[in-house]
Design a binder for this molecule. Structure first.
Ligand code: NAD
Ligand code: ZN
Length: 341
């Protein structure tokens, strides 16, 4: 089969021939139709320090996908050949206290599809049946291919009650934009999204009914005044990984405000902890998606009017992956979907 492989410990990826994975009794084989390019894939493509520390080579990369079940392991009863599916990209162990308690997303032995185990930028993917998520007919393959990052957005956004709340989203990358759309869908009052990239802010306004703010040009204090927020934002969703954005969030949240933090700072950064303490803020780190509550919620919201399709700005055949990776690296895109048909 064709797959995007990192053969050696150096930048780049090659579309190359690989054996079709063989499946075990508890696995399924998925014929991949569409995949999404993630920021993580860009790290692997560029072979930065994180990738060098994390990715064993050779490795087939990619973890955002939709496809069709073509083979079932001997023990798999609840799925069928021909079924359209996506799936959770974190493969968990079953030994930890968290996993045995049903809190699978907290399992410390988690392995990432396309990170530590062979991934989805390929014609076929082997996946534990446990991880498979069937797709309803109303969710097509390209939406199916971006459920992984939508799940990050949903997991973050639904961490705190948003109904009637004023929400600040920092970072209008694809995930921040989707989180803002989720906040709007969930019933927030004001949803403000910040970035320093005008292209991304314009995309945010196109995807969701949100207030885009270029923090390079406008101060959040004047935004609060404009919106009539006397005390500040109730909930912050940190989606940039930029220490400056986190600092602004702490500054502009209300006393007792809540922060859900998905953005990953590139290196350790200092925080004004006295402000966090005196404001009595709650900060929750977010990793991945809850298995499988986040998946249920996002499918249900997509079926009840959440529309994030416009976050997909580029659609390319898999052969043109290099162009896709370069566009993604430029920072001037939303999600990029590769077609494996
Ligand atoms: P992205 O890099 O495409 O978007 C980040 C955005 O933040 C960019 O548009 C950038 O211009 C903007 N930004 C930079 N400085 C800013 C500032 N001072 N204020 C406001 N915005 C600023 O990333 P993405 O794919 O949308 O992902 C969002 C974040 O979540 C990234 O940090 C990513 O690494 C992280 N992530 C975490 C998980 C997890 O499980 N925790 C999963 C996926 C992604
Ligand atoms: Zn991803």
């Amino acid at each position: 089969m064709k797959a995007l492989v990192k053969w050696d410990a150096q930048p780049g990826l090659l579309l190359d021939e690989c054996p079709v994975p063989s499946i075990g009794p508890d696995d399924v084989l998925i014929k991949i139709r569409k995949t999404g390019i993630c920021g993580t894939d860009i790290h692997i493509y560029s072979w930065d320090e994180w990738a060098q520390r994390t990715i064993p080579v050779p490795m087939v990369v990619g973890h955002e996908y939709a496809g069709e079940v073509v083979e079932l392991g001997a023990n798999v009863r609840h799925l069928r050949v021909g079924q359209r599916v996506s799936g959770e990209g974190h493969v968990v162990g079953m030994k930890s206290r968290a996993a045995r308690g049903g809190r699978f997303h907290l399992d410390p032995e988690t392995k990432g599809v396309g990170v530590q185990i062979p991934g989805a930028f390929a014609e076929y993917l082997r996946l534990p049946a446990f991880n498979v998520v069937p797709l309803p007919d109303s969710i097509d393959d390209e939406l199916g291919a971006i459920l992984d990052p939508l799940g990050n957005a949903v997991h973050t956004a639904l961490s705190f009650d948003l109904v009637g709340e004023d929400v600040l989203v920092t970072g209008a990358g694809p995930i921040g934009i989707m989180a803002a759309a989720v906040a709007r869908h969930a019933g927030a009052r004001h949803v403000v999204i910040t970035d320093v990239n005008p292209t991304r802010l314009a995309l945010a306004a196109e995807v969701a009914d949100v207030e885009p703010v270029d923090v390079g040009k406008e101060d959040l204090q004047s935004v609060k005044a404009r919106l009539g927020l006397r005390e500040g934002f109730d909930v912050g969703l940190e989606m940039s990984g930029a220490p400056a954005a986190f600092e602004q969030m702490v500054e502009h949240l209300v006393m007792g405000g809540k922060i859900a933090m998905l953005g990953i700072p590139a290196r350790p950064a200092s925080v004004d902890w006295a402000k966090v303490v005196f404001k009595m803020l709650t900060i929750k780190g977010i990793y991945g998606r809850e298995m499988f509550e986040t998946w249920h919620k996002m499918l249900a919201m997509l079926e009840s009017g959440l529309d994030i399709r416009k976050v997909i700005t580029h659609r390319l055949p898999a052969q043109e992956y290099e162009m896709g990776f370069e566009i993604m690296k430029s920072g001037n895109s939303g999600k990029i979907v590769l077609d494996w048909n």
